[in-house]
Design a protein around this ligand. Structure first.
Ligand SMILES: NC(=O)c1ccc[n+]([C@@H]2O[C@H](COP(=O)([O-])OP(=O)(O)OC[C@H]3O[C@@H](n4cnc5c(N)ncnc54)[C@H](OP(=O)(O)O)[C@@H]3O)[C@@H](O)[C@H]2O)c1
Ligand SMILES: *[C@@H]1O[C@H](CO)[C@@H](O)[C@H](O)[C@H]1NC(C)=O
Length: 254
């Protein structure tokens, strides 16, 4: 598939370059600085990319990149959510611009695009409740407004999925194609975290669910390479079981 990768210079973006190429996708990388991207990748990998310079808050140039490169899918890893509840980052503005570009490009080519977005564990639902984990642990709240935006889109205008990992750590700083990962595939679940460990503790008034979230949180640590592999592998087909949903992931071997 032809994929527009926005934010290729980031932690996850670089691993996505490797994973997408390993899965035989062609990549158009949309980055602020092509010089930075070329400094972060081996020349043999960089030479396989089409690179477009632009700012991720500029919806018109993202749309142009999608249409000019004839992309079927977009992966956005640009922008990093602020941690504290009062924190502000560029992410919501980037997110709005990308969503708008993907939607408009879909209208123009008369076929919605497939798109993967990133959020965090906090936008998944607390299993068995109508509340999100971030109602109990209020961090990285910007992801919530981003999800709201996706859910408010007209039906069939963007074929989106939102990956919601907890902390992602690097396995290696080397970018190689094909990728060499020592970790297994992720186990995924729509809307709630997979393999959640329940406990009576959640019934403690006021703080029980927060304590249970904290007890579970560490179990959802995954690697950047595993998440990149997950997205690259999903994009092998235009039909995805993760269409229109948030996706929680866990390392199956944990
Ligand atoms: N890392 C984690 O553990 C973790 C866990 C859960 C969720 N997430 C989410 O996953 C996503 C990717 O995380 P990451 O660790 O890969 O982030 P990162 O390393 O900070 O990468 C962020 C990327 O965004 C780009 N960017 C920032 N502002 C931009 C702008 N105005 N225009 C164009 N590009 C811009 C950066 O480009 P430059 O190189 O040009 O600065 C960089 O490529 C984020 O949304 C994050 O919130 C991360
Ligand atoms: C990618 O293409 C190569 C060469 O055609 C093939 O050997 C390999 O199995 C393909 N990889 C995937 C993940 O489809």
């Amino acid at each position: 598939m032809k994929v527009l990768l926005i934010g290729a210079t980031g932690n996850l973006g670089l691993r996505l370059v490797a994973a997408l190429l390993t899965h035989n996708h062609s990549i158009t990388a949309f980055v602020r600085s092509s010089a930075k991207l070329s400094s972060l990748l081996p020349a043999s990998i960089y030479s396989h990319l089409e690179v477009i310079q632009g700012v991720a808050t500029d919806s018109a140039s993202i749309k142009k990149a999608i249409l000019d490169s004839n992309c079927d899918a977009v992966v956005n890893t640009a922008g990093l959510a602020a941690l504290p509840p009062w924190g502000r980052s560029d992410l919501p503005a980037i997110f709005r611009a990308v969503v708008e570009a993907v939607r408009e490009a879909g209208v123009e080519r008369e076929r919605p695009l497939r798109a993967w977005f990133l959020a965090g564990l906090g936008v998944l639902y607390f299993p068995g409740s109508e509340k999100m984990l971030s109602d109990y642990v209020p961090i990285y709240l910007e992801h919530r407004q981003n999800l709201q935006l996706l859910k408010s889109l007209p039906q069939d205008s963007v074929d989106w999925s939102m990956l919601c990992p907890s902390t992602m750590t690097p396995e290696s700083s080397d970018v190689t194609v094909p990728t060499k990962t020592s970790q297994g595939k992720l186990v995924a679940n729509a809307a709630t975290p997979p393999a959640w460990q329940d406990s009576w503790i959640k019934h403690i008034p006021l703080i029980g669910k927060t304590i249970l979230c904290a007890m579970n949180a560490g179990r959802y640590e995954t690697t950047l390479e595993q998440n990149a592999e997950f997205i690259a592998s999903d994009l092998e087909s235009l039909e995805s079981r993760w269409s229109g949903t948030t996706v929680g992931v866990i390392d199956g071997s944990k």
